[in-house]
Write a protein of this length. Sequence first.
Length: 129
Amino acid sequence: MTDPEEIWIPLVDEPIGSIVAQIQAGHAEIAKLVDTPQRLLAFKTFAYIRVGIVLGELLLENDIEPYNGSDTWIDKLLGNPDFKARVVEEVRRVAEEVARDTDADEAPLGPDEAARQRFRDFARRQLES
């Protein structure tokens, strides 16, 4: 299996990444559903997208006060318990969907050995020239 450090994809995830991480940390059942590197990668990818969509929908559906230098629009939305519950539920749904995809656990996370060898050969040729 590939080491998790080899599969890390840097994501621009603020503030959505922080929101997803806080929800995941606060709900042990979510962490149990995404307990493999493959599932965690899929979970983060789709959770970030879907939380962003939910927050965008909430912003469009609700009037919030203009920015006054304190709370961001996301902070204001998540200050509403109903809106926060909607975001938490979306994260939970993503985790459940990822956990149901048992084929994902079998898929390799990185390049196969042939691709690695092609890269080594390419790098060797570049260094020699």
